[in-house]
Design a binder for this molecule. Structure first.
Ligand code: SF4
Ligand code: SF4
Length: 338
């Protein structure tokens, strides 16, 4: 890892220069709602003063709606036109989520080429969180607001400058002109890291939580925690590590399209016979939580939630995944009816 240094003014110039050679995606302010979009006017990039975008960056690699094939009697695959791009300003929790999605979409028998091509053509520049929101809990699930994993470059805002951690070959080629950070500057970054991380939630005991959730499976705990759920799906659509989709043939457009789907919808698990293994919000809420904190642990020994806090922040009825995990850990389901 290399540590470089750049002033805010110089970074803005660098961003503008990058837009001439790469497709740059960055947080853009659309009527006070930040979203990752392709940069057409570099002046509109929001560099500081935000914690996270409403939509996670996964939407650039697994779009909400994506044409997979076209057909006119026979199927035509859609040509790969991916160009090298820079994804600027993603948070460490979202970078980590992309790594989790690689397990689900790429490290499998039939890799998802649509995701893979987009992901491989991207250079990821993350930004450390120096002021995490109340809803952020990356440290509870093994992450950190300063996590360098899964990024090519990590920026840390330091007053009028940034410390630039260069983490991969892709990052080196992008930042080779920048001066090295000095020792005193790196000491200041370490101090800031300790201060911010010290205020964040402590690590959840992964295996203990997994075991508790498995033990709670058949109890009325799930009725209790899912009571107010509206089944709107916001928690999953906005989640950076959720990846469920449905594929439909649009006969008028003559296209095969992949659309985001969610396990929080009744029709998601409805079978052609009419049987539904998750007929109510009780089973659906249980599935969402178990998938994040138990099934991912079984599969890859990692929690499938990166603690971005979006599901907590945007749930219209304030269902809080942190509270459910805590309740399970405290075995509040014990004594509840089966
Ligand atoms: S966002 Fe809240 S109300 Fe909507 S499905 Fe998720 S838990 Fe239920
Ligand atoms: S489950 Fe919630 S907190 Fe965890 S990664 Fe998904 S949206 Fe973020």
């Amino acid at each position: 890892m290399q540590a470089k240094w750049i002033s805010k003014k110089e970074l803005k110039k660098l961003l503008t220069a990058w837009t001439k050679h790469y497709l740059v995606y960055a947080p853009i302010d659309n009527d006070h709602e930040l979203a990752f979009q392709m940069v057409k006017e570099p002046a509109r990039i929001v560099v500081d003063g935000y914690s996270n975008t409403r939509y996670p960056a996964k939407s650039l690699f697994l779009p909400q709606s994506e044409v997979l094939m076209k057909y006119d009697g026979i199927l035509h695959s859609v040509e790969n036109t991916e160009k090298e791009k820079i994804l600027f300003g993603i948070r460490p929790c979202d970078a980590h989520a992309m790594q989790l999605l690689e397990h689900a979409l790429v490290d499998v028998e039939n890799p998802d080429l649509y995701w893979k091509q987009k992901r491989e053509s991207a250079i990821v520049i993350s930004k450390a969180c120096i002021a995490p929101e109340e809803t952020c809990f990356c440290t509870a699930v093994g992450g950190s607001p300063f996590n360098t994993a899964d990024s090519d470059v990590l920026l840390v805002e330091m007053g009028e400058d940034y410390c630039v951690y260069v983490l991969t070959e892709k990052g080196i080629s992008l930042c080779k002109e920048l001066p090295d950070a000095e020792d005193t500057q790196l000491q200041a970054v370490k101090k800031l890291t300790k201060k911010v991380v010290g205020r964040m939630p402590v690590l959840l005991p992964k295996q203990e939580l997994h075991n508790a959730l498995m033990a709670s499976f058949e109890t009325e705990f799930w009725k209790d925690v899912s009571q107010s759920c509206l089944g709107c799906g916001v928690c999953t659509f906005l989640c950076p590590s959720c990846f469920c989709f449905d594929i439909v043939d649009e006969t008028v457009r003559k296209e095969r399209v992949r659309n985001w789907d969610t396990c929080m919808f009744r029709t998601y698990s409805l079978e052609a016979s009419g049987h539904n293994p998750r007929p109510t919000k009780v089973e659906r809420t249980r599935q969402r939580i178990m998938h994040k904190f138990a099934y991912w642990v079984d599969l890859i020994d990692e929690i499938g939630c990166t603690g971005c806090g979006r599901c907590v922040k945007y749930c219209p009825v304030n269902i809080d995944i942190r509270e459910i995990a805590e309740k399970a850990l405290h075995r509040e389901f014990e004594g509840m009816k089966k």
